[in-house]
Design a protein around this ligand. Structure first.
Ligand code: KG4
Ligand code: ZN
Length: 347
């Protein structure tokens, strides 16, 4: 392998990001810079990401992001081997902004262009951060995604299952909204849950009666709404303790469902790969300490190694796109000026 330095761009949701990643001849990779401009403030008044606002903000911020990423890495465009960009899946306006920016750079410099699947970016991150070797089992749990993948190569993924409705992060965010807690919901629900009793309110454990690796989280929100309305009808409002107990019960249900489905996914994966099994988790929900601890336990029981990239590389970023770009570039992948932005793009 040759030494490769690649610029990555990411703009598929509500973070505008650019990064420079270098891979040495010995295979080790370094994040030389990783710039992320979040848009949370722009969307906070609306209770969710507004696609039009997101696309406009990406278009405005991308150039600055690229300049900052190059400056922070102390490189120029002339030091790069290629430009990698998220070409989907995601909010189409944002993806188009990123693809147009990458095409502009490629056209102006003659650098090769490499389109990257956002999910592949997340899925390959454990190789960037921990040098994990193929094949490994990946659990992607974020605000927009939830799936189990056996990762065998940069373009070789087997999906074992995933959510049939909401992503777990989305369920945390909706829970927070229903209980009047601040967004993003994950951290605030987790903080409340720490003072709660997970057994006071019994939440369902959806799809555990099915043998597959599919999950469902939308029923938890419905259950929560019913419990909240009943408490309000009986007592006129929620006490601090009620809220903590609801959060705790909700979080325990999510952790239980993820644990059981992870156990099943591990069984499938380990049947094929009994030697040195590795489970990696990524996505914003991987920050949840209760969920992480539950997954660590499952892996320890099965004799599998557990790994999670540092949080900044678990959530949306461009270093993962640059790195996935490096792996695709190495196997000869190149895209032309006809690279299109795809709102949907399953792995
Ligand atoms: O990966 P991410 O930054 O963005 C994408 O969805 O792509 O994930 C954000 C999600 C949000 O839904 C947020 O509420 C959730 O991750 N999250 C958490 C925690 N921290 C962030 N969920 C549960 N517990 C947390 N500590
Ligand atoms: Zn993501």
């Amino acid at each position: 392998t040759q030494r490769l330095t690649i610029l990555g761009l990411e703009s598929s949701c509500d973070d505008t990001a650019a990064a420079v990643v270098r891979r040495e001849m010995d295979g080790s990779a370094t994040v030389m810079s990783s710039i992320v401009f979040g848009q949370t403030d722009l969307h906070s008044a609306y209770g969710g990401v507004v696609p039009e606002i997101a696309a406009r903000a990406h278009a405005e911020k991308l150039d600055h992001c690229v300049r900052d990423a190059l400056d922070a890495a102390e490189v120029t465009l002339a030091d790069l081997d290629a430009v990698a960009v998220t070409a989907g899946p995601g909010l189409i306006g944002g993806v188009i902004s990123g693809v147009m920016c990458a095409k502009g750079i490629a056209a102006a410099t003659g650098l090769p262009l490499v389109g990257v699947n956002h999910l592949a970016g997340h899925a390959l991150t454990p190789r960037l951060t921990d040098g994990v070797t193929y094949p490994y089992l990946m659990l992607l749990v974020s605000g927009g995604h939830c799936q189990y993948l056996i990762v065998r190569g940069p373009e070789d993924f087997t999906r074992l299952g995933g959510t049939i409705d909401d992503a777990p992060g989305e369920a945390f965010d909706k829970t927070a909204r229903l209980l009047g807690l601040p967004q993003p919901g994950g951290p605030s629900v987790q903080a409340e849950a720490e003072n709660g009793d997970p057994r006071r309110y019994r939440f369902p454990r959806p799809l555990l009666d099915r043998p597959d690796c599919n999950l469902s989280f939308s029923g938890l929100k419905t259950a929560l709404m019913r419990m909240r309305d009943q408490i309000v009808a009986e007592k006129g409002g929620l006490t601090r303790q009620d809220r903590a107990d609801l959060c705790s019960g909700f979080q325990a249900a999510v952790a239980d469902v993820l644990s059981e489905k992870t156990r099943r996914a591990l069984r499938i994966y380990m049947a094929e790969n009994p030697a040195c099994p590795t489970v990696a988790v990524a996505g914003g929900v991987a920050a949840n300490t209760a969920i992480r601890a539950a997954l660590e336990t499952i892996c320890a029981e099965a004799g599998a190694e557990f790994t999670a990239p540092p949080l900044a590389l678990c959530t949306d970023n461009a270093a993962m796109i640059a790195y996935a770009g490096i792996e695709r570039f190495e196997i000869g992948a190149r895209d032309g000026m006809d690279l299109s932005a795809r709102p949907r793009w399953p792995l």
